[in-house]
Design a protein around this ligand. Structure first.
Ligand SMILES: Cc1ncc(COP(=O)(O)O)c(C=O)c1O
Length: 428
């Protein structure tokens, strides 16, 4: 902080140093100042300029949070350095800011990518990637089982801008090969899909995408870098909704794109011009969440396996979707690609929508919530939440029935989760 009160060494405010002048403030009319010393700027000016940055000589263990939307760059050279993203130089927080860069560095390192760009949400990550990569006339091949809003992005705004999409079965790389054609620029899948928990064979899909000259982008929101390393398996880009496991506590809305530096530079510019940057507070909270990511994922995964096994044997449950179960059709793929487990998400089928209503109403610990990946177990109903944007026919075609329940298994004691779910199922 540049001191504005002349000759003042102490960080203590001159206002508190001069109680007599302070006392007079209450007596004066608004917007006038109580008798500043002649060498000092007025009280009005000092209100603006006395808010010094904290003076800390011993490094804090928790990183500081830089909320500033703008940085002082008192020479054109400094502006250039900030614009060139030189480390430690900042200009304007829509372009870059310290906590956001720290999050990007951490995710690039954990995903073994060259660069990362953090965004305002998971959808902003996907949007920034497609805006960077695609133009009118281009074609996308996407998994048919994807988060509903991603499907809506492809079939709505992208289609309106002349970018077409074909859907393929994520368990069948040959169906992706069949859907590829010369303008295919992007192949888009989820590591473990929302909501049917299909596991993508990243290596096989990378081969298909690369043979057609396309980029393979993998949304790893359901697995996080603790369980899947999609870049190492052949993907070009990894995406996350950091709102989910990276944050882990339902207090963040953020996203990230990780991949090769030249492509990520284009994603960074798309994020900048469309204004989709991650906020410093969300970056800070995501980094705090990530400190316990490995521990949380281990527990989410162990609990989900326990719960899935229990549900699979329950008479009221028609089917369980969880690749960690040996009976699941994607179990073999999960064992190869997700050696640390299939994650904390599972789905199961009840008879119909009224059965889901009765189940949810009878739960006491597990809460109904549209998101996922909290440390607490939550339940949701894809037909009315994540996949509401699809028509009933589209949902039926994709196997998302009205009786489908999606469970985000938390880190509580597994028996407590099972007890509450059994209470819900008893009401079905
Ligand atoms: C797999 C997946 N990707 C992306 C998103 C979008 O993330 P956000 O809500 O942070 O925009 C979601 C949201 O649920 C999701 O489940």
């Amino acid at each position: 902080m540049r001191p504005i009160s002349s000759g003042r060494q102490s960080k203590q405010s001159p206002i508190t140093e001069r109680p007599a002048a302070d006392a007079a403030i209450g007596d004066v009319r608004p917007y006038t100042v109580a008798m500043p010393a002649p060498e000092e700027p007025s009280f009005d000016t000092r209100c603006v300029h006395e808010s010094a940055a904290p003076d800390v000589r011993t490094p804090p263990l928790a990183p500081p949070l830089y909320l500033s939307s703008v940085y002082e760059t008192p020479s054109p050279d400094l502006v250039e350095r900030a614009m060139d993203h030189e480390r430690g130089y900042y200009l304007y927080a829509r372009t870059a800011s310290p906590n956001v860069v720290a999050l990007e560095d951490a995710l690039a390192a954990l995903e073994h990518g060259e660069a990362a760009v953090a965004t305002a949400s998971g959808m902003a990550a996907i949007s920034s990637l497609v805006l960077a990569l695609l133009a009118q006339g281009d074609h996308v091949v996407a998994a048919s089982d994807l988060y509903g809003t991603t499907t809506t992005l492809l079939s709505g705004p992208l289609a309106a801008h002349g970018i077409t999409t074909s859907l393929a079965d994520v368990s069948d790389p040959a169906s992706f090969r069949d859907a590829m054609r010369p303008p295919t620029k992007l192949v888009l899948v989820e590591t473990v899909s929302n909501p049917l928990m299909r596991v993508a064979d990243i290596a096989a899909l990378a081969e298909v995408a690369h043979a057609g000259g396309a980029v393979l982008a993998v949304d790893a929101s359901f697995t996080s870098p603790a369980l899947s390393q999609a870049l190492a398996q052949g993907a070009d880009v990894v995406l996350h909704s950091a709102t989910k496991y990276l944050g882990g506590h339902s207090d963040v809305t953020a996203g990230v794109v990780v991949g090769p530096a030249p492509l990520l530079e284009t994603v960074r510019s798309a994020r900048n011009v469309f204004g989709a940057v991650c906020s410093p507070l969300d970056a800070w909270l995501t980094l705090r969440g990530m400190k316990t990511l490995a521990l949380r994922m281990e527990r989410h995964t162990a609990n989900a396996l326990h719960v899935a096994g229990h549900l699979a044997g329950h008479p009221k449950v028609r089917r369980v979707y969880y690749a960690g179960l040996p009976s699941d059709p994607d179990h073999g793929c999960a064992r190869r690609l997700l050696p640390r487990g299939a994650g904390g998400m599972l789905s199961f089928e009840l008879a119909d929508r009224p059965a889901v209503g009765r189940f949810v109403a009878a739960l006491s610990m597990v809460r109904f919530a549209a998101s996922l990946a909290d440390v607490a177990t939550t339940v949701s109903h894809p037909a009315t939440t994540s996949h509401r944007g699809l028509s009933a026919d589209e949902r039926a075609h994709r196997g998302i029935g009205d009786g489908l329940v999606r469970l985000s298994v938390g880190i509580e004691a597994p028996d407590d989760i099972v007890r509450d779910l059994d209470q819900g199922l008893a009401a079905v």
